[in-house]
Design a protein around this ligand. Structure first.
Ligand code: B3K
Ligand code: ZN
Length: 881
């Protein structure tokens, strides 16, 4: 573990490297406790070098055992090797020379899961962002592109399978039970994309013929016995490959594409060239073990990592400040893929819910940073919702600005101009300026300025002049170290919905540039006048969520209800209903805070019933609309002085009000949606299950609802229904005989399947109320839990900290203490996962004063610990600042 040195990295300090490494040869002699790594590097002086600068290679926890330059041993006085760097003060004064570096590492002792480590007796690697320096000394920065040839030697019995990036070259026997394989990757790549896997794994294989007729051998490797669980991932891979050819003209470029699923992994997956390594949670699935959400995640993540082959690998990042160049763009691409494979409207709503749940609180709290940050202490803490999700929204806005055709031309130019390079956000924006002739300098603030812009709108209609007027004002709230904000270019898609539910035409518009249904806001205030509007329309604004902003519209409630029933834009229709629910919930939680009973408008409760039964809407859409805003969503919209118990009470009250008034229609609808056999993971079937399970949640919220949920659980024929029923039982009827029985049945049935048991841990960790703290503490000792496995930690502690508002925010601070203790216990073995967990405190200043103080105390116990990792110290200090 690297302890904090206080060092800060700044974008403005970027300098090209003095040296390049055009060729990298690596030999691994694998052994769990002592692996020898021999790096043979061709080093070249770069154009940036002046004179004969020292060669400084990065390391992290390394032990040097041999060093040669041009085949000759180097005198110890001529270099300085420490665990974190290798300095050769006077390298040969030649254009190029050969460096041989031998290091020794211990994969079996690597608990950080960065560099070369062991997962279930399989050797695997994770190098992004700076894990390669835990394997060998190197210029471990993304602008050093090198052609790799990798030789792996291992015991055949332990590791019959030997994989690395690129294409297989040769393999053979070494005698005494050992064997070898050589891999060559012809595409120059940065070190963070290096990968090696060795072990004894099962696999499934398939083929893909690219658009130009090249054959690619596809293989997914999984734990032996789990081969059948990889078929959905393989199918998603083939669909991704085809889609990227059709939509972006991108073909795959190697002879093989390999995916390996491992069970110990710090994040979702990794796009190493030709050898993607996955968290097995995002590969393994069948109806018995995976929910529809799991299937959708697998499809999206397989696609995401595959799409990185062009956006990330062929064109990579110049430095880590440019992370969004590959991540925001690739998230945009995987979103579009899923929208094409499933329902575009449903996908968009789900994306916005995710953005609001993860990115908005980040942008509105102490960890706010621009999509392209300018400074960091620990780069691993910048794989954030802002870089990924807001980064994707920025790309989407570029498409909105340019239109589909010019956007595609810009992407084509990007691939043509920057293939094989390590590029920047400026390079990316420039291609779109070049194809469109537009000036994107004001727009580029989306990359450079943190904070969620707010747009406030007032509407007025003048019947006499037949004018409809929008008064629009933008503001960007201050964020840490950016108190003054510049005005943004905000593309606001809109429609004026007439009494017949259709968009009204207007004869003229004045006050802002309006093109193709988009108002371009560039100034602080615009008064936009539409003429030729005889009757007052309802303003449908930010259609499709065209800009990632918060929004306040002074619009009559009847217009909101009207939009919720009639808007032709499915996103805004959902949004109108969601806003009505949110308003009602905020009012009810204020009442609950003041001890008053909640009351809800009949029209709102009836509308929920109408949406549930509206056959013109897809079931998945209806399910999303019926799902009330989450407790954290309501808290975020309230903004300050948050009392999670009052919010919970309000949400319960609205659930019961909706369930009570719509009981009969919900029951009939529920009964009509039977479990479908045989199971299919497709979007339409998943949508019907989602609607049925959402209806169950309402019906089971009623006092006599436990038997219905118990029967749903018992008759379930797939994991989606089974997990939904278990959640409903244990959240709505905790401690009931039905809940206790279902939890025990589930445990007995899935005890040996860790991924399924994660669901069991998650459901319990999110049980509302003060009892959750003790429940989670007791589960720390359950055999299904392990502090060494990131999936287990995220399932139990992560879910508790971010998915259990009343548990984590228990007024006496016991929830905060539990999470702080876990952060401290975990960070010694895995600082990256510990730091991620610590971000659960990021919204602490929005809490009511009592909880705020308890949260601060917990944060202080973390920051007071000595020898804290850079990862955790960075998060905790920024959170407290
Ligand atoms: N690029 C990786 C994330 C690496 C995270 C390193 N801390 C997965 C992805 O975004 O595709
Ligand atoms: Zn990515």
């Amino acid at each position: 573990m690297r302890t904090d040195t206080g060092q800060v990295f700044r974008l403005e300090d970027y300098r090209a490297s003095d040296y390049l490494i055009p060729l990298t040869g690596l030999t691994f002699r694998l052994s769990p406790g002592r692996t020898v790594v021999i790096a043979e590097l061709t080093i070249e002086r770069s154009d940036a070098a002046r004179g004969n600068p020292p060669l400084i290679l990065d390391g992290d926890g390394l032990k040097l055992t041999r060093l040669k330059i041009d085949g000759k041993s180097v005198d110890p006085s001529a270099y300085e090797a420490s665990s974190d760097r290798l300095v050769i003060a006077e390298p040969p004064n030649a254009e190029r020379f050969q460096l041989l570096v031998e290091t020794e590492i211990a994969p079996s002792q690597n608990t950080e899961l960065m560099g070369l480590y062991r997962s279930n007796d399989v050797y695997c690697t994770q190098c992004e962002a700076e894990g390669f320096r835990r394997i060998t000394y190197f210029l471990d920065r993304p602008d050093i592109l090198s052609v790799y040839t990798v030789r792996i030697e291992a015991e055949r019995a332990e590791a019959p399978l030997l994989l690395a990036n690129g294409n297989p070259m040769e393999s053979g026997d070494l005698g005494s039970g050992r064997h070898f394989a050589v891999w060559h990757d012809p595409f120059p790549k940065p070190s963070y994309l290096f990968a090696l896997v060795a072990g004894d794994l099962g696999h499934i294989e398939d083929r893909f013929v690219t658009a130009s007729g090249r054959q690619v051998a596809l293989t997914v490797y999984v734990e032996r016995g789990k081969e059948k669980l990889a078929t959905y991932a393989m199918d998603a891979l083939k669909r991704s490959m085809r889609w990227d050819e059709e939509m972006f003209g991108r073909e795959y470029d190697l002879e093989v594409f390999n995916i390996v699923a491992v069970s110990d992994f710090n994040m979702g997956a990794m796009e190493n060239k030709g050898l993607n390594v996955f968290n097995d949670k995002y590969v393994l699935a069948n109806e018995e073990t995976a929910t529809d959400a799991d299937f959708a995640n697998i499809e999206a993540i397989i696609a995401h990592e595959y799409f990185h082959n062009w956006t990330g690998n062929r064109i990579t990042c110049r430095d880590w400040f440019q992370l969004c160049l590959k991540e925001g763009l690739t998230v945009y691409r995987d979103h579009e893929f899923s929208a094409d494979q499933r329902s575009r409207a449903v996908k968009r709503i789900a994306e916005v819910r995710t953005l609001r749940a993860h990115q908005f609180p980040e942008d509105q709290g102490p960890l706010a940073h621009p999509v392209r940050p300018r400074r960091y202490r620990e780069i691993n803490n910048f794989y954030t919702a802002t870089v990924y999700e807001k980064g994707s929204e920025v790309v989407r806005m570029i498409r909105t600005l340019l239109g589909a055709e010019q956007f595609r031309q810009g992407m084509d130019l990007y691939f043509e101009r920057h293939d094989g390079q390590a590029a920047t956000i400026e390079d990316f924006l420039k291609v779109f300026e070049d194809v469109s002739g537009r000036d994107l300098s004001q727009f580029s603030l989306w990359y450079h300025q943190a904070g969620t812009p707010n747009v406030a709108v007032k509407t007025a209609h003048n019947a006499a002049t037949q004018e409809f007027i929008l008064e629009i004002e933008q503001s960007v709230p201050p964020t840490p170290s950016e108190s003054r904000k510049r005005l943004m270019h905000i593309p606001l898609a809109f429609g004026l919905v007439g009494p017949d539910g259709k968009d009204m035409p207007y004869s003229d518009v004045d006050g802002a540039n309006v093109e193709n249904g988009v108002i371009h806001l560039r100034k602080r205030r615009h008064v936009v006048r539409f003429s030729g509007i005889a009757q007052r329309p309802a303003a449908s604004l930010n259609r499709g969520f065209s800009a990632p902003i918060t929004f306040s519209v002074a619009q009559r409630p009847e217009n909101q209800f009207f939009l919720a029933r009639h808007d032709s834009d499915p996103f805004c229709r959902w949004e109108a209903f969601n806003a009505l629910q949110t308003e009602a919930l905020i009012a009810a939680s204020r009442n609950a805070f003041g001890g008053k009973a909640a009351e809800f408008k009949g029209e709102l409760v009836e509308l929920a019933g109408a949406i549930a039964g509206d056959e013109t809407l897809e079931p998945a859409y209806r399910a999303l609309a019926l799902t009330l805003p989450g407790e954290a969503d309501i808290a975020r919209d309230i903004g300050t002085n948050i009392d999670p118990d009052a919010i919970f009470a309000a949400r319960e009250a609205l659930t019961i009000a909706i369930a009570t008034s719509n009981r009969e229609s919900f029951s009939a609808l529920y009964a009509g949606l039977r479990t479908e056999v045989p199971f299919s993971p497709d979007a339409a079937s998943a949508g019907r299950r989602a609607l049925r399970n959402t209806l169950l949640d309402f019906l089971a919220a009623l006092r006599d609802g436990a038997p219905l949920a118990a029967s749903h659980f018992k008759t379930a024929t797939n994991m989606t229904d089974r997990a939904a029923a278990l959640r409903v039982l244990s959240h709505r009827h905790p401690g009931s005989p039905e809940a206790v029985d279902a939890l025990a049945t589930f445990d007995a049935r899935y005890r040996s399947d860790a991924l399924v048991m994660d669901k069991w841990l998650m459901i319990q960790a999110s049980t509302p109320g003060p009892g959750a703290v003790d429940l989670v503490r007791s589960l720390l000792d359950h055999p299904a839990f392990s502090m060494a496995n990131p999936n287990r930690v995220r399932a139990l502690i992560g879910t508790f900290a971010t998915g259990n508002q009343t548990g984590f925010h228990r007024p006496d601070g016991a929830g905060y203490r539990l999470v702080a203790e876990t952060v401290l216990a975990l960070e010694k073995q895995n600082p990256q996962v510990a730091a991620r967990l610590a971000t659960a405190f990021r919204s602490w200043r929005a809490l009511e004063p009592g909880r705020q103080e308890k949260a601060r105390e917990a944060l202080l116990t973390i920051s007071a610990a000595s020898g804290l990792s850079t990862d955790v110290r960075d998060i905790v200090e920024r959170t407290l600042a």
